[in-house]
Design a protein around this ligand. Structure first.
Ligand code: PMT
Length: 221
């Protein structure tokens, strides 16, 4: 197997969930453990890249030799990504960014009152879309898509809307794929269709294969 060489390249990886506060003690989040993103950071490092790992709150150790930037909210993740974007050759968006956040953040702990409570949500910024808008011609943007149905159609929609070069779709209804576990089952698409379909593999192995593909694409430019 050819060894991917990414020396001299800067790779930004986003990983984990975001955490959107409602009051000082409560927040909205999701099941992302960060494992997929951290495995990608390690694989990119092993290929010789300089790696910036922009991470939501997870309980994983920082991979050796990787610069980790901790963030909480989608807004903070956007700022962190944009700060390093000018230097990046590759941006891999494995984070599960909240699509909505509480529209109001209370300064004090919200007290219980009636039998029901309504929380109004508003959209968060779409980080991948913003990166897609600012992308320079030498930069490669790789997104993920966590889908439960119509996987290929929805993944292709996201790829085009967010101006991505590659999108990694995981069907999160399949056992052994998606959030939390140590394995994943992914299919990769570009604008022309399917480019790689992998069986169930450890996230570490999935990451190695994805970095291999990204290396090929980068060197073909
Ligand atoms: O962390 P693990 O437990 O290992 O799980 C891995 C994973 C399932 C989280 C990962 O493999 C994955 O699929 N990550 C993307 C999950 C997701 O949010 O997918 P999406 O289809 O909602 O978003 C599509 C793309 O847009 C993603 O690249 C996402 O990072 C990006 N996005 C989404 C919303 C938003 N506001 N900003 C974004 O940048």
């Amino acid at each position: 197997e050819p060894v991917t060489d990414l020396s001299g390249k800067c790779v930004i990886v986003t990983a984990g969930p975001t955490r959107e506060p409602m009051d000082p003690v409560r927040f909205l989040t999701n099941r992302s453990s960060g494992k997929m993103g951290y495995a990608l950071a390690e694989a990119a490092r092993d290929a010789g890249a300089e790696v910036v790992l922009i991470s939501g709150p997870v309980s994983l150790e920082t991979p050796y030799g990787v610069r980790r930037v901790d963030v909480g909210t989608a807004d903070e993740m956007l700022d962190a990504v944009l700060r390093d974007l000018p230097r990046a050759d590759v941006v891999i968006k494995a984070a599960a960014v909240a699509d909505y956040r509480p529209a109001q953040v209370a300064d004090y702990k919200i007290k219980k009152s009636g039998e029901e409570m309504v929380v109004r949500l508003e959209r968060t910024p779409d980080i991948a879309e913003e990166v897609g808008r600012r992308k320079q011609s030498h930069q490669l943007l790789v997104g993920f898509a966590a889908e439960t149905d119509h996987v290929e159609t929805y993944a292709q929609d996201k790829l085009k809307r967010k101006n991505m070069d590659l999108i990694v779709a995981n069907d999160v209804t399949q056992p052994g794929a998606g959030f939390e576990g140590d394995t994943n089952i992914v299919t990769v698409y570009d604008r022309d269709g399917e480019v790689l379909r992998l069986p169930k593999l450890s996230k570490r192995e999935v990451a190695r294969r994805l970095i291999g593909l990204i290396g090929e694409r980068l060197h073909a430019r």
